[in-house]
Write a protein that binds this ligand. Structure first.
Ligand SMILES: NC(=O)c1ccc[n+]([C@@H]2O[C@H](COP(=O)([O-])OP(=O)(O)OC[C@H]3O[C@@H](n4cnc5c(N)ncnc54)[C@H](OP(=O)(O)O)[C@@H]3O)[C@@H](O)[C@H]2O)c1
Length: 249
């Protein structure tokens, strides 16, 4: 499908990887619905994108709020009647990077687990399920779940992996759950033209990734854009990073 006919929704797009993904998709001619949970932050993006001559829609969306999700579905259905790309980018980490052993399996509270899962897992699941009928109206929709190597059980269990000592149980397990969602929905989609994948952007210099991260935001976002614009023979139900390098689940 021609990019100019495509509509993409990006969650948590007021800063970091979400904002940059919206910028890069827009530059490919894809019409973006930029969403953020805070109206003021959303307006700042609007002002910024207007200066950059990027035409987009702006929608207030807290992925933990059922009403926001319902309102967004109506907005997309009324205005476009379909959705071509869903980027499940919104995410929280209650541990500030670089932190290695915070909210660990030994001591994390159930309240903390629920708080992180609320955004990183439940919000993503409900939003995706709600928008599925609109994605199914697209010729070949793409869903991208923002995961992390920290969510890989294989790497977490491997004492030789470089993430072995990064045991942030709340965040890491939320991404493991998200990966399961990718695999499960991919099985449902296997006979359709739609695709869902988990991607890891690497360790990126954002508020979450911190100033110590090696990757610039513009570089980190590239794999998200790649997964959002996969050709028909691209992967479905996979977990990959830059260069389409597979990550063990
Ligand atoms: N940076 C990295 O190194 C890295 C590595 C692997 C994976 N990731 C993943 O990449 C995604 C983006 O991360 P980032 O590094 O760009 O982090 P970031 O700069 O902290 O941005 C996170 C975004 O998510 C939004 N958000 C949080 N809770 C939300 C909610 N309930 N509803 C809607 N939006 C919400 C934030 O909004 P507010 O501004 O209102 O808080 C913000 O826009 C996350 O899923 C993260 O787990 C990042």
């Amino acid at each position: 499908m021609n990019n100019t006919n495509k509509v993409a929704l990006i969650t948590g797009a007021n800063k970091g990887l979400g904002l940059e993904t919206a910028r890069q998709l827009s530059k490919l001619g894809i019409h973006c619905i930029v969403s953020a949970r805070d109206e003021q932050k959303l307006n700042s993006v609007r002002n910024q994108f207007e200066k950059e001559k990027i035409d987009a829609d702006y929608f207030k969306l807290d992925v933990t709020k059922d009403k926001d999700i319902g309102d967004l579905k109506k907005f997309i259905a009324d205005k476009y009647g379909k959705l071509d790309i869903l980027i499940n980018n919104a995410g929280v980490s209650l541990e500030k990077a670089p932190s290695y052993q915070v909210n660990t399996a030994k001591d994390v509270s159930i309240a903390t687990l629920k708080e992180v899962y609320e955004t990183n897992f439940f919000g993503c699941v409900l939003l995706t399920q709600t928008l599925l009928p609109l994605l199914e109206k697209s010729n070949a929709a793409r869903i991208v779940n923002l995961s992390s190597e920290l969510g890989s059980i294989s790497l977490q269990a491997d004492c030789n992996s470089n993430v072995y000592d990064l045991k942030k149980f709340a965040y890491n397990s939320s991404k493991t759950l998200l990966n399961q969602f990718t695999v499960h929905l991919a099985q449902y989609l296997k006979d359709s033209k739609m695709k869902i994948n988990s991607v890891s952007p690497g360790w990126v210099k954002t508020d979450m990734g911190s100033q110590y991260a090696p990757l610039e935001v513009a570089d980190g976002a590239k794999i998200i854009v790649t997964a959002a614009t996969l050709p028909d023979d691209g992967p479905n139900g996979q977990f990959f990073t830059h260069g389409m390098k597979q990550i063990l689940w």
